[in-house]
Design a binder for this molecule. Structure first.
Ligand SMILES: C[S@@+](CC[C@H](N)C(=O)[O-])C[C@H]1O[C@@H](n2cnc3c(N)ncnc32)[C@H](O)[C@@H]1O
Length: 253
């Protein structure tokens, strides 16, 4: 019923265009001689395509459970002349294993190797990090982005999330865990509030556009308005500034 998220969001993560280009350039710098970059939980593959644009000798493989997002990624790839250098696959990330690759992207998708996010359980970091390390050759550049607590979780912040304050880690604890799983941590940075505000606004923009395009007595109007209101309130009065998103630049050792 609602238009797809990619009409309002460049990424399904709180990341600005400028940061995405910088991250893509860093990954691409490890692929000057070619190689394969794998993106697990690629969404519509925007970051993977930017890496390929910055690394003309590399190939890409992206996988996502959501077939519509994958189809959008394929259409972006072909519009940008990248169709012959990227394979985008719809399916479970655990089952895609193109062999140890030279670069890996995992942005907001480590749940691929653990319980589903809807279950509201803490992520299985160890399982995800073991799987990630198993997917890459030594020396591979890995971009790992994960939800974190930017500030100590408050009751108001956790209430609209899973309700538990152990759902995420603080960035330093996450970095320490990563370092214990075969990666050298080259940098840790966090999405800023501007990126979060843009992400949250983009998330509800399709609901607002739908409401503007339909009469107030449309059978779906109450539900769509309630969903937009609840998302806005959860963020503004709950987790804004508490739920964070950390980007870790890693090299496999
Ligand atoms: C938060 S989004 C991030 C998307 C993309 N990495 C980005 O930053 O724009 C997480 C993505 O992981 C995908 N996903 C979740 N579980 C998955 C699984 N088991 N296998 C493959 N993809 C999965 C979702 O469909 C979603 O597109």
């Amino acid at each position: 019923m609602l238009p797809p998220l990619w009409q309002d969001l460049e990424f399904l993560s709180p990341v600005s265009d400028a940061r995405a280009d910088d991250l893509a350039a860093w990954v691409a710098a490890g692929l000057v001689d070619g190689g394969t970059v794998l993106d697990v939980g690629c969404g519509w593959a925007e970051l993977l395509l930017r890496v390929l644009e910055a690394a003309p000798r590399a190939r890409g493989v992206g996988v996502d459970l959501d077939a519509d997002r994958v189809a959008e990624g394929r259409s972006r790839a072909s519009a940008r002349g990248l169709g012959d250098r990227v394979d985008l696959v719809a399916g479970p990330g655990r089952e895609v294993a193109p062999g140890p690759v030279e670069a890996l992207l995992v942005l907001g998708s480590s749940q691929v190797w653990g319980p589903d996010v809807e279950e509201g359980l803490p992520l299985d970091y160890a399982a995800a990090l073991r799987a990630m390390r198993g997917h890459v050759v030594p020396g591979a550049r890995v971009l790992y982005a994960e939800a974190v607590w930017s500030a100590p979780p408050t009751p108001a912040a956790v209430a609209p999330l899973s309700g538990r304050d152990d759902e995420f880690l603080a960035p330093a604890a996450l970095a320490a865990l990563v370092a214990d799983h075969g990666f050298s941590v080259r940098s840790v940075e966090e999405a800023d509030l501007e990126e979060w505000d843009a992400f949250e606004s983009g998330f509800v923009a399709r609901q607002e556009r739908w409401l503007a395009a339909h009469p107030a007595d449309h059978p779906g109007a109450v539900e769509v308005a309630a969903a937009a209101h609840s998302q806005r309130t959860a963020y503004a009065e709950g987790y804004r500034g508490v739920l964070g998103f950390a980007f870790l630049r890693l090299v496999a050792v």
